[in-house]
Each structure stands twice: as C-alpha cells, then as structure tokens.
Design a protein around this ligand. Structure first.
Ligand code: ZN
Length: 267
C-alpha cells in the first residue's frame, strides 16, 4: 500500500519491507493517522514473523503490540493536562533504553505529540539519537515536525503523511523532477535552475512547491522502505527545507527570497 496515504484504519497492515532504522519521525495533520502508523512501525520493528512485509499481525510479538501489552513497547505522551513532554520524561526513556529488552530483540519508544517536547527534552533525546543503544528504537509522532530541533530531525528517517494524495502533472511535476536532477548536478546547476523558478508567478510557484514536496516524500518513502539510510538523511534536509519554503510562500514571501533560501540550505 501507499504509505503516505496511510489512514488510522490501516493500522497494523504489513507496510514495511527491508531493514528498519533506529529513529523515525512520523508526521501529518491528522493525529490518529500519525499515531496509528507509529504503532504499526513499532509492531514492524518487533515483528518475529518470517514474511518480507512487516508487521505480520499474527506472530506473538505483533499480537502483543496490537493489544498494547508488549513489554518492550513504551509509549510516552504528555502527562494529564500538561502542554509539554518534559525533560524528566525523556530522562526516564534514556535510562530505560540502556536496559536490555524483556523478550524482543529491541525496545521501541513511541513518543506521541513529540513536537510538544520542550527544548530541554529534545536535547536530552538527541543524546540517545546520536548514540543509540544497540537495542533501542525511537518513533516520534508529530503533527508539526518543524517544531522539532533540526538536530533531532536530522537523526531520524522522516515519514510525512499528507491529508490527501495528489497526482501532479504538467509544469509543476516537470519542474519537480528537474529540481532533483539539478540538486544532484551541483551548486551551479541548482542555482541556475532556481533562477528559472524565480520567474514563476505566485500560483505556479506554489504548485511547484507542492509537487516537489510530494515527490520528495515519495523518494523518502522508497528510501525508508528499502533501508537506504544515507539517502534518508539527504532527503531529510530536502524535506525540511521544502517545508520551510512552503511556510514562507504561505506568508507571501517572494519566490526570489525562497529560492535564495533553498540554495543556502541545500547546496
Ligand atoms: Zn509479526
């Protein structure tokens, strides 16, 4: 199935193949969808089934994760009516993460509303992301990933869910393809390409930004699913730069400035 179109009702469908990483951000506008994919990913990380696609949904580990009783899955969320996840909560995670798993090959920490971790909490988590205990994996679920520190984002494979899958065609799709070609060709080629983008009017520029973001997400999905971690790190930078570009465009910042920012961030 198409991962970026993942919905809450798809929870625990086998969607992952290939090697899985130790740290993920799952983001999207719908909290239920994001949380469901986080749970599915946790199950995939612990699945003991032999099928290539995980989670299998039927092994002992999957059944326990499905029922929310797997001893090696820890869910962290804001406590009570608090607005933030605190540094103390993350310190507990860090202390627990160095203890061996109970029965699975590793422990999985799902951090819900991860974008509400305050700066101290994020910096505490960063230490575990930088030097992850061999048997720990972290799944950060966030509605607004731009609230996560760039240092945290850069350590995680990012799976953004969009509210709707769109098909792009025509000029926007063609420019989106050329964006990646230019990016791979070097700084001069990329600068030349952005010079062309600057000439687009607002509507066409916005359409390009949407198309290229969609394409980036698709590339990230492929990289995540096939375990190409170097590629996920590179695409992380692209996706976060594009998300800033989209925010700027919404705030009526001109295409020229946005292109300058993309050049600075990506080359
Ligand atoms: Zn399983």
């Amino acid at each position: 199935m198409n991962l970026s179109g993942f919905r809450a009702e798809d929870a625990f469908k086998p969607v992952f193949t290939g090697a899985l990483s130790h740290a993920y951000i799952i983001s999207g506008p719908c909290r239920d969808d994001v949380n469901a994919l986080a749970d599915t990913l946790a199950a995939a990380l612990l699945c003991e089934g032999s099928a290539a696609e995980k989670p299998c949904g039927t092994c002992r580990s999957c059944r326990k994760t499905l029922r929310g009783i797997h001893p090696d899955v820890t869910v962290v969320d804001r406590a009570g009516d608090r607005l933030e996840i605190t540094v103390d909560q993350i310190r507990q995670v860090r202390a627990d993460a160095v203890v061996m798993p109970n029965e699975a090959a590793r422990k999985v920490y799902i951090i819900r509303s991860a974008d509400t971790m305050n700066a101290a909490a994020q910096n505490a988590l960063l230490k575990s992301l930088e030097e992850p205990p061999a048997q720990a994996a972290f799944v950060l679920a966030a509605e607004n990933p731009s609230l996560l520190l760039p240092t945290v984002r850069s350590r995680c494979a990012h799976i953004p869910l969009f509210s709707g899958e769109k098909e792009f065609s025509g000029e926007a799709a063609e420019l989106a393809d050329r964006f990646f070609t230019a990016l791979g060709s070097g700084p001069l080629q990329f600068a030349g390409f952005t010079f062309e983008l600057e000439k687009l009017d607002r509507v066409r520029f916005a359409a390009f930004l949407e198309a290229v973001s969609g394409l980036a997400v698709g590339k990230m999905r492929e990289a995540v699913m096939s375990g190409r971690h170097d590629e996920t790190v590179r695409l992380n930078r692209v996706i976060s730069a594009l998300s800033r570009a989209r925010e700027c465009a919404k705030a009526n910042v001109g295409a020229g400035h946005i292109c300058g920012m993309l050049c600075a961030l990506l080359t």
